[in-house]
Design a protein around this ligand. Sequence first.
Ligand code: TMP
Length: 211
Amino acid sequence: MLHKMTRGALIVFEGCDRCGKTTQCKKLVDALNRDGGKAEFMRFPERSTAIGQTISGYLEKKSELEDHAVHLLFSANRWELVPKMLRLLNSGTTLIVDRYAYSGVAFTGAKPGFDLQWCKQPDVGLPKPDQVLYLTLSPEEASKRAAFGTERYENTEFQERVAKNFEILKEHDWKIVNAGKSIEDLHGEIKSIVTQTVESSKDKPILKLWS
Ligand code: TMP
């Protein structure tokens, strides 16, 4: 008997710096694969492409770019990965993605003179996540963790404006997860949410973001 191929789910992690997003994404991919599923880790910016390398040089403060131009590069970096994302999703692989268009809007929108509506436009039509997990951390918890690195945007004042933008972008179906707990407890909570999403997304079409 022929079985219809079911698709993978598109799971996006967003949240402030140092909330443990990357650690949780990687643990989740390992757990899903161990359980017999197919899952892959992706992150944005994806620094390995030509566009990604330009972005990386900018974040490392090795080069300067005009703010609108770099915003469009971050978006182009997502679009250039869309064919790969769709291929994987349609072949049944769940994608665990560390940052996506919401970071794009929240970060550029934290710069003076930027309107969130303008910021959203280049990402309209990207594959829409089946689930966004938004990791939050209180300022007290955050201050107990390692200090900021030296990349662009890694300072408290900017990050506070980013957090406010995430609050505006947040949609009713986002899962807000308090990241101020142990790695294992947080992992357990996240895994149970994502396991349900993987199941419920199987037969649903992939929708388009913000359209
Ligand atoms: P990373 O630390 O997760 O590699 O992210 C790199 C930085 O780039 C982080 O400060 C967030 C920022 N960023 C944007 O400004 N726009 C975007 O579209 C994305 C994905 C990240």
